[in-house]
Design a protein around this ligand. Structure first.
Ligand SMILES: [Zn+2]
Length: 400
């Protein structure tokens, strides 16, 4: 049966220019700051009067600040003091829901991790959201040290609908249609931004990482879930029903791994960290199929562990090349734990992608920018992205 559902996001995707002049000023200072007002105006294409107005508004909200003058002999005329992002007042809070862990994070406005804590993920969706509700207030009290929260981000793998705030489907967790935003709204009285892990990290890479200054970026996440996020014109695509980027079920030739979707040989099932850990255990490398132990071996330079991670990247490379050929981005970011732990594996990935892509010159292919902070950054990215896209909504939220 063909069913036509009115697409709720039609025409509502945020444009790079959203947030008007204030958003442009804030993003200009994030990327190039500290900057004097004249340079902000030139970069953002705004008049001196507009820059003055927006910087005054953003300073009043605690988002921008004028840096103190440098020591030196006084100069004639009114000094042009540079403006920078003010990281003293606000924090973004977030939780990343993974298969093994829940990771709680607090980030400042420059995307730096102020605090993170992780606790084991246990039980079904209801139990997990109960744990989040129970843990979050104490975490914020202990670690936010008096700074105010801009919002709460909730991020997980799989198919997530940010518009409705639901996790539509997460195979490895066994979640279907979980109304995450609705369940968490009461905890903080803050806006709750629910998104997929891959899209959240694409936003973070554009704001603070390898994609700073770029508008065309693809982020490929490889964990227990495999999915992609695509940014074009600086906007991260959701696609119809927020399902863009679901590439985890591309077939891998020769693979017989059973997948949560019911088929065998899907990319996600073949390269999932649980599968890689089982492979390492079967080869006698680790005493139990524990992915963290395998990572620790790779970090110490164990040749067999490194070979297993190279094999994982070999399986990922054709999918990465396919994304490059279809989308021709400026930057392709691959988030994969082996690359994060042993950055030298990036050369291997780059070579393998080159073998498969037809696009020349190939884009920058790189591991994720956030190292061991990856999950905390992902958790909070939606909140920070919202602040940088629509900073003046902060005023509305405060007034309300
Ligand atoms: Zn599958």
């Amino acid at each position: 049966m063909l069913s036509l559902v009115a697409p709720p996001t039609l025409g509502r995707a945020p444009l790079p220019a959203e947030g008007g002049g204030a958003g442009a000023v804030l993003r200009t200072v994030l990327t190039g700051g500290p900057l004097p007002r004249a340079a902000i105006g030139r970069t953002a294409g705004l008049s001196p009067a507009a820059v003055s107005r927006h910087t005054a508004d953003l300073s009043a909200l605690g988002l921008l600040r004028e840096l103190p003058p440098e020591d030196g002999p006084p100069r004639a005329g009114r000094p042009q003091l540079p403006l920078d992002i003010d990281t003293r007042h606000h924090l973004a809070a977030g939780v990343h829901i993974g298969v093994p862990w829940l990771t709680f994070g607090l980030l400042d406005l420059r995307g730096r991790v102020v605090a993170q804590e992780r606790i084991p993920r246990r039980g079904d969706a209801a139990a997990v959201l109960r744990t989040v509700r129970a843990h979050l207030p104490g975490f914020v009290r202990r670690r936010a040290t008096g700074r105010s929260l801009l919002g709460l981000g909730v991020v997980t793998g799989g198919w997530v609908d940010p518009e409705r705030g639901t996790v539509v489907e997460h195979g490895p967790l066994g979640w279907r249609d979980v109304p995450v935003r609705e369940q968490l709204l009461g905890v903080t009285r803050l806006p709750v931004h629910v998104d997929s892990h891959a899209r959240a990290l694409a936003r973070a890479e554009l704001l603070f990482g390898a994609g700073t200054g770029a508008t065309e970026l693809v982020h490929l996440f490889v964990g227990n879930v495999v999915d992609a996020a695509i940014a074009t014109g600086g906007t991260v695509l959701r696609g119809r029903r927020s399902r863009a980027g679901d590439i985890g079920h591309l077939p891998v030739p020769g693979s017989t791994e059973p997948c949560s979707c019911g088929r065998t040989g899907c990319l996600e099932a073949t390269v999932a960290q649980d599968t890689v850990a089982r492979r390492a255990h079967a080869r006698g490398l680790i005493p139990a199929p524990d992915f963290d132990r395998l990572l620790a071996l790779a970090a110490r330079g164990d040749a067999v562990a490194l070979q297993l991670f190279r094999e994982r990247l070999d399986l990922v490379a054709p999918a990465a090349a396919l994304l490059i050929d279809v989308l021709n981005p400026e930057v392709l970011v691959v988030s994969e734990a082996g690359l994060t732990t042993v950055p030298a594996l990036g050369d291997h990935l780059g070579q393998q992608v080159l073998r498969h892509t037809r696009t020349a010159p190939a884009p920058l292919v790189t591991g994720a920018s956030f190292g061991r902070d990856l999950l905390a950054v992902a958790a909070c990215a939606g909140v920070l992205d919202s602040t940088y896209q629509r900073p003046m909504e902060l005023r509305t939220a405060r007034a309300g």
